[in-house]
Design a binder for this molecule. Structure first.
Ligand code: SAH
Length: 195
């Protein structure tokens, strides 16, 4: 049987193709810390990762996972909304961030009532696009299958449409089981050389 590649793996492949040693990357939704570990590995010993979540449990899980891989020194974890990311990133890093990853929805194994919210998600995306370096990428894994996630996904499509086409391109990668409720991956790329 052919192995099904998950959207998470596709996101990692795409982000991995952008990141170089010593880069700066952000995990906008720490969750259980899988993306943070991936980003921390990718940026190497001279790079740095900032991770955000509003649930202490996500920071604890992520820190434990980082410790297991001895990657904790490359990562700064913040108990804060990604909507406020600009106030947590050192000013000298504005315009130098190579990748920002979002994994929306709720934290598996935690309170399912705590989900990402449209307003803060869009505010975070606006901030993320300010922080991006030339030749950089944002990935957003969205889950239209749950209440709130459907609207959030629609708003994401609208957000992508209003991007400045001279700087950004966007695409949506659908799951192999292509139901309207299936998760989907938004990939927003910032061009390398802007006039
Ligand atoms: N749905 C995914 C996991 C998503 S985890 C899966 O099933 O694999 C999403 C994380 O985003 C949760 O840990 C949640 O606490 C976090 N989150 C929600 N709102 C946030 C915000 N405003 N800022 C940062 N993190 C947020």
């Amino acid at each position: 049987m052919m192995k099904r590649i998950s959207l998470l793996e596709i996101a990692h492949d795409i982000v991995g193709s952008y990141i170089e040693p010593a880069d700066i990357a952000l995990d906008a939704t720490l969750g259980n810390g899988h993306d943070t570990v991936f980003l921390a590995r990718s940026v190497g010993t001279d790079g740095h990762v900032f991770g955000f979540d509003i649930q202490p449990q996500a920071l604890i899980k992520s820190f434990q996972r980082l410790l297991q891989h001895d990657l904790q020194r490359r990562v700064t974890l913040r108990l804060a909304s990604h909507a406020d990311m600009l106030s947590h990133i050192p000013k000298q890093w504005y315009g130098r961030v190579r990748a920002v990853m979002f994994n929306l929805g709720y934290l598996p194994g935690a309170d399912k009532a705590v989900i990402t919210q449209i307003d803060s998600t869009l505010a975070a995306l606006d901030s993320a696009s300010v922080l991006l370096a030339p030749r950089a990428v944002i990935t957003v894994l969205a889950y239209p299958g749950h209440a709130g996630g459907d609207l959030e996904t629609e708003q994401l499509v609208a957000w992508c449409r209003q991007l400045d086409r001279t700087c950004f391109t966007s695409e949506v990668v659908l799951s192999s089981h292509d139901k309207p409720s299936a998760p989907r991956l938004f990939v927003i790329r910032k061009q390398a050389d802007l006039l």
